[in-house]
Unconditional design. Structure first.
Length: 232
């Protein structure tokens, strides 16, 4: 299975970590017919390929190693987060992100050990989709991407920029790069094994609403927002 397909299927359920979802106005999902078809494809891929692999990985991998792998990929993610915080004008947060990368990449042995968090350096989570939202770009309609899962027109554009600055692209050996992408997918999917138990009712609607709600929360940095605001 291609690494991109595995990553996309894991990202399909990445929206589940927000708890109960609020129903989204149908006007925000004008392409529901297309989206449901792609959702079914992604969900099938996850059910029969990604999830079993993630469960096997979780079963055979000691907790300490699993934690180290997660820390390693979190450290790589901090690079993009720092850039996006800077683009959003959040200089203090960007400085913290850079400090996290420096300390975790050195003292933390390439990020395997998270030494930054105990030092009081808070972890952030920013991407180019959020940056475009902060800049005032409307989200556009909800969109389920093949392999990549829940998104929107704006977040889909953001994925291109996210990929461009992904540190894994700097790995010259194609085999090693693909192996790292696959490992990141498994690490992400393992984190979602318990979260998916929150899904109730229509899986498509639950995941759609959870994703959109989470994105609104992320772009507003957790501040009170109007969930009917189309800018999100």
């Amino acid at each position: 299975m291609a690494c991109k397909a595995l990553m996309g299927a894991a990202l399909l359920v990445a929206s589940l970590g927000v708890g109960a979802a609020e129903q989204t106005d149908a006007a925000g999902d004008p392409w529901e017919g297309f989206n449901r078809a792609v959702f079914t494809f992604n969900d099938t891929l996850d059910r029969y390929a990604v999830k079993p692999l993630a469960q096997g990985y979780h079963w055979i991998t000691p907790d300490i190693i699993e934690t180290g792998v997660g820390n390693f990929f979190d450290n790589l993610a901090d690079v993009g987060t720092a850039l996006n915080n800077l683009l959003q004008g959040k200089v203090a947060e960007a400085s913290t992100d850079v400090a996290r990368v420096v300390f975790n990449s050195t003292i933390g042995l390439a990020g395997v050990i998270d030494v930054a968090t105990p030092m009081g350096l808070q972890e952030h989570d920013e991407d180019f989709g959020q940056t475009l939202g902060v800049w005032g770009m409307d989200s556009g309609p909800y969109l389920v991407l093949p392999f990549f899962g829940p998104s929107s027109v704006r977040d889909g554009i953001g994925l291109v920029a996210d990929y461009a600055v992904d540190p894994l692209r700097q790995v010259d050996d194609q085999g090693a790069q693909n192996a790292l992408y696959a490992l990141r997918v498994l690490d992400t999917r393992v984190d979602l094994l318990k979260a998916e138990e929150l899904v109730t009712g229509d899986r498509y609607i639950f995941i759609r609403d959870a994703y959109l709600q989470r994105r609104k929360f992320s772009i507003s940095d957790g501040k009170a927002i109007d969930y009917d605001d189309s800018n999100f």
